[in-house]
Design a protein around this ligand. Structure first.
Ligand SMILES: Cc1ncc(COP(=O)(O)O)c(C=O)c1O
Length: 407
């Protein structure tokens, strides 16, 4: 059996171990849900307090100029860009992932006027499917659902855009971004990626892979806090043709000219809509400093090490749980998922024992492994408690069967 000492030895040799101190984690909690809501970076509290006490209270509206509020969407966007392999001037932090997805899919149809098919996959995150269906309906296009494991066979010259989530929210299955983007380009279509479960956890190379458009989430592995602004990537070569449907004044070339008609900004700011939520944006900006000096390749190496340990321990000690994530590390993002008929009750019982994961329909226990603050001993302790919860059948207690609004 892999002992706790072996896990502790992996932590002792972990080059990223010191990063955990950049987070303000509650004592005794094993947090394996950073893929849903990232933990609180220590840099956030002082930044938000500064925004409240100095920038807002004292500097008031002058802050748009003097405290860099106006430039914040692009400045934060560039910081995110550095984590996803995007050069400066191609990413803005704004709105939510769902809203941004609407913008980029609608813009993509406009960029391919002679085509009318949006391809996505049936297991994509619900918001992605709903938004794609809505864009298709409103634009008179067709939504084509592809085989998640064989995207290429759904691609042909009628396809305007193929929209996929890079790492599956449910199973952690990860696409080969370069290969799929290449196949999409081979039929002349545009590749849109949802990076919700990738940004900050998996090394990405949007520019090098030739990605056209992308969206992603600020509150998962980027740790921007509940409801943090999301982001949009528009490859530089497409910016002049990128016409998104929500033509708000922050996307205007000269917002304070108060011109009667909309004229888009020359660059990626045309993806903006309205006034940014500065409290949230300041929190996200501060949160991103947790990545300062961090090599994403090292993050990935630790993520693989954590997930391999998790899988090995569960298969050794809790054989009722069936691996729902790909076994091959190269095909997995930074989460591991297991199927169990009582997954929901077990997830709730585990939370009472301070192991926080989550549940996804129909019977999946999902554990996110945020390498900046999750340790190998956390994985070992989590599996130990999982074994306890199942062996003692603690999960049978009625309180663990009651469904909460958020699972
Ligand atoms: C793949 C994916 N896209 C989008 C979202 C959420 O979008 P929003 O922030 O607009 O709620 C999630 C949330 O978990 C997600 O997993």
């Amino acid at each position: 059996m892999i002992g706790r000492t072996a896990a502790a030895e992996l932590d002792a040799a972990d080059p990223l171990a010191g990063l955990r101190h950049r987070f303000d984690l509650p004592d005794g909690v094993i947090y394996l849900d950073g893929n849903s809501l990232g933990a609180l970076p220590r840099a956030v509290r002082p930044a938000v307090l500064d925004l409240l006490d100095r920038q807002w209270r004292e500097d008031l509206i002058r802050s748009w100029n003097t405290n860099g509020w106006w430039d914040a969407p692009g400045r934060v966007g560039d910081r995110i860009g550095a984590l996803i392999g995007a050069g400066p001037g191609q990413v803005v932090a704004c709105d939510g992932t769902s809203v941004n997805l609407y913008k980029v899919l609608d813009a993509a149809l406009t960029m391919r006027p002679d085509r009318s098919v949006i391809v996505t996959e049936p297991e994509n995150f619900p918001t992605d499917r709903y938004i794609a269906a809505s864009v298709a309906e409103r634009r008179g296009a067709t939504l084509r659902l592809c085989d998640p494991l064989d995207v290429a066979s759904a691609l042909d010259e009628t396809v305007a855009v193929c929209c996929l989530t890079h790492v599956s929210y449910r199973t952690g299955r990860m696409y080969d971004m370069a290969a799929v983007t290449g196949a999409v380009h081979d039929v002349g279509a545009l590749a849109v990626w949802d990076l919700a479960h990738s940004a900050g956890a998996v090394p990405l190379a949007l520019d090098a892979d030739g990605v056209d458009l992308a969206v992603g989430c600020g509150y998962k592995y980027l740790n921007g806090g509940p409801g943090a602004p999301a982001f949009v990537y528009v490859a530089g070569r497409h910016q002049a043709d990128f016409r998104q449907p929500l033509t708000g004044w922050h996307g205007h070339a000269r917002p304070f000219a108060m011109a009667p008609d909309f004229e888009p900004d020359a660059g990626v700011r045309r993806a903006l809509v309205g006034t940014p939520p500065m409290l949230s944006l300041a929190a996200l900006e501060a949160a991103l400093t947790a990545f300062d000096g961090v090599d994403l390749a090292a993050v990935r190496a630790k993520s693989v090490s954590l997930s391999e340990l998790f899988i090995a321990l569960v298969e050794e000690r809790a054989e009722d749980f069936v691996l729902a994530s790909p076994r091959e590390a190269a095909q997995r993002g930074s989460q591991v998922c297991f199927e169990h008929p009582e997954a929901y009750a077990i997830k709730k019982a585990l939370a009472e024992w301070d192991v926080i994961g989550d549940f996804r329909e129909p019977a999946i226990l999902r554990f996110g492994l945020a390498p900046l603050y999750v340790r190998h001993v956390d994985v070992w302790d989590a599996v130990d408690r999982l074994v306890d919860v199942t062996e003692t059948e603690l999960w049978r207690a009625p309180r663990f069967r009651e469904r909460d609004a958020v699972t």
